[in-house]
Every structure is written in C-alpha cells, then in structure tokens.
Design a binder for this molecule. Structure first.
Ligand code: MUC
Ligand code: MG
Length: 367
C-alpha cells in the first residue's frame, strides 16, 4: 500500500454557459487531475479546481506545488498513514485545493486497495444526497428559466442564488421572481461571495424578509470584522461562512467571533481528512453545515457526494452537486446522473469513478 508516485495533470474543458458571481466568473474548467500510484499497481484519482479569486491558487501553481513539494512528502508513505500525509502537507501554508486533491486521491487509492467505497470508509450514513443547484448571475427571467429547467429535467428543487456586486435591487428581484414562480415548492438561499457591504446586506435581507430563505452565505467580507458581526447578529437565519473558513482553525475564529453561524464544507478545499475535521468541529459547536461546490467537475462532485452522503449532518440539507451540468464534457468514463433531485454515490470501490484515457488525452494541456 505504499505510494510510489504522484502525478498532477492540467486539463481544460470549456463551460457551455459561464458561471458568474460576485467574486469572479468561470468559462473554462482549467483543473488539475491528481493521480496517486501505489506499489500494488493501484491508482487513486481526484481533481483540484484553481480559484484564483478565492484562494489565490492557479493551475500552474497547483501543478508546481504538487510536483515540487507534495509529491516528495507522500512518496514512500502507506495509504493507511493518511494522518502522516496530512501533517506533512500542513507544513506548507495555503494551497487548499492542491492539498485536498492529494488527500482525496490517497483515499480513493485506499478504497480501491481494500475494495470498499470511500463513502463507506468515511461513515456510510447514506447512498446519495438531495441536490442544490447554484444559479449564476443573469437577468431575473433567465435565472428563473434555468431553475425551471433544473426542476423539470433533474427534479432539483433547492437553489442557491448568487448575489452581490450588482445593484441590490436586481439581486432581490431575482430571488422574488423565483419565489413567485415556484411558491413553496422550492428551497432558496443566497450567496454574496463578499460582494455587499454589511449595511447593503442587511437592507437586502430585510427586503427579502417575506421570501422564506434557508440561509445567507458570505454576503460581506469576514475582514469587515465589526460590520460582519453586526450583520450576523441582526439576521434571523443561519449565516454560512464559505471562503472565509478554508481550515478548521478559521471555522473556530469566525464562529467564536460571531461572524458566522453555519459552515459550507467543500471537499475541493479540505479534502476528506480536513472536511472531517471541519464537520466534527461544526457538530461539536452545534452548527448547521451545507456541502458546497467549488465549481467542481464530475470527479470533484463524486468526491463531494461521497463525503456528504457518508455523514448524517451533511445529508440533512441538499448539497451543491450540479454545476458540472454546465460543462461541455468531462473526464469520466460514466457520467454522473442526477435523477429526481438526487445524486447517488457512484457504486464501486474508492470513489467509484474512472477517467476515460481518450478524454484525458483530448483535454490535457501539458503535451
Ligand atoms: C461558492 O459557493 O461561493 C464561487 C466562488 C467560489 O470560490 O466557489 C464558488 C461557489
Ligand atoms: Mg459560497
């Protein structure tokens, strides 16, 4: 079970429809496929999605940190020594999605080696999750039309609406239009990606008071320290910290400061080992959690559903597991399918998914 090599392969797959939000936009999935090889001939896989506007990572940076630092730290270590790997990767600050992908590829290799699904190794609570779809910026009619399509084709009835940086009245008009179109048949929440000030956030939330929102996520920056506490104290719904809590320590800081009352868990940034730390911390503190989406491809989404379905508290809310639907193609041999609003954990050992070599040859950008 010893790791013999780690590969970091950049690839690029365009989106049919770009996703736009307050902190940036994504037109092409310029991700990094990570492969961990063992002396048993097993290969574990995961993907790292660079989000320069969120964590400062870039595709070449992820490839470089894995090739130049992380690979040497994990080669020779056994798949059973995942805490050794976590401790070694933790010597380097930052680089959350690069570390997460190495961690998840190791878990995948471990699952394949012991011939069990990662989701069962992690906790085995359930076999699938309800799906929440993230609606990127557009005009109200187009965002309602996208929600209609998601409900009709995939049965998805939970929507996270991107807000912030645009005129507040446009954002609130979108949420109102969604509630008017679907009534009580859908769940709605909003994510500002730090795009409003604290006072804009409060005005917007008051304006949407009658719209029965589930959550408000990262409406203003956590670095607006007092403004953010002031806002969170005034809201009567859970305030999700997302990009402000890339580590368990950040969760502690933000929650104890009164700057958040719920947590988005993203396997793309905390892997499986770090996501368990965040989840158990959140449970100990009595916080609600949501499985978030780092604008993941299908491999990343397989990781998110494997983790989310594995635990009771991550299974309560719908998980953000659908944005791969907007990609023009993907790397997997068997596409993930959302049916009746649910994504099942892919059956099989490890993550239960495999990379199609022809697709990888077509989309890799390092040759
Ligand atoms: C989200 O929940 O914020 C957009 C930016 C990012 O870092 O993640 C996505 C989704
Ligand atoms: Mg967010």
């Amino acid at each position: 079970m010893k790791i013999t090599a780690v590969e970091a392969i950049p690839f690029a797959i365009p989106y049919r429809k770009p996703l736009k939000f307050a902190s940036g936009e994504v037109r092409v999935a310029t991700h990094v496929l990570v492969r961990v090889h063992t002396d048993d001939g097993v290969v574990g896989i995961a993907e790292a999605p660079p989000r320069p506007f969120t964590y400062g990572e870039t595709q070449p940076g992820i490839v470089a940190v894995i090739n130049e630092i992380f690979a040497a730290q994990v080669v020779g270590v056994s798949l059973t020594e995942r805490e050794v790997i976590s401790a070694r990767l933790a010597r380097t600050v930052g680089n959350p999605t690069a570390k997460a992908a190495v961690d998840m590829a190791v878990w995948d290799a471990f699952g394949r080696t012991v011939q069990l699904p990662v989701s069962e190794l992690l906790g085995g609570f359930g076999t699938g999750m309800r799906v929440s779809h993230m609606l990127g910026f557009d005009d109200p009619a187009a965002m309602v039309a996208e929600a209609e399509k998601m409900l009709e084709i995939y049965g998805i009835s939970t929507f996270k609406v991107k807000v912030g940086r645009r005129p507040v009245s446009l954002d609130t008009a979108v949420v109102r239009a969604l509630r008017e179109r679907f009534g009580a048949n859908v769940e709605l929440y909003v994510d500002g990606n730090r795009g409003w000030t604290a006072s804009e956030s409060l005005r917007a939330m008051k304006d949407m008071d009658d719209l029965n929102l589930l959550f408000a996520e990262e409406l203003c920056p956590a670095d607006d320290v007092l403004g953010r506490r002031w806002l969170v104290d005034k809201l009567d719904l859970p305030f999700i910290a997302d990009e402000s809590v890339p580590t368990a320590a950040d969760v502690t800081r933000e929650v104890l400061a009164g700057a958040a009352t719920a947590i988005s868990i993203k396997t793309a940034r905390t892997g499986f080992s770090g996501s368990q730390r965040v989840l158990h911390l959140a449970e100990g503190l009595g916080l609600e959690v949501v499985m978030g989406n780092q604008i993941d491809g299908q491999l990343g989404t397989a990781c998110a559903v494997s983790f989310g379905a594995a635990h009771a508290s991550t299974s309560r809310c719908a998980g953000e597991l659908s944005n791969f639907l907007d990609m023009a193609d993907d790397l997997l041999t068997e596409p993930l399918r959302i049916r009746d609003g649910v994504l099942q954990v892919p059956p099989g050992n490890g993550l239960g998914v495999n990379v199609d070599p022809d697709k990888l040859a077509r989309y890799r950008t390092d040759n």
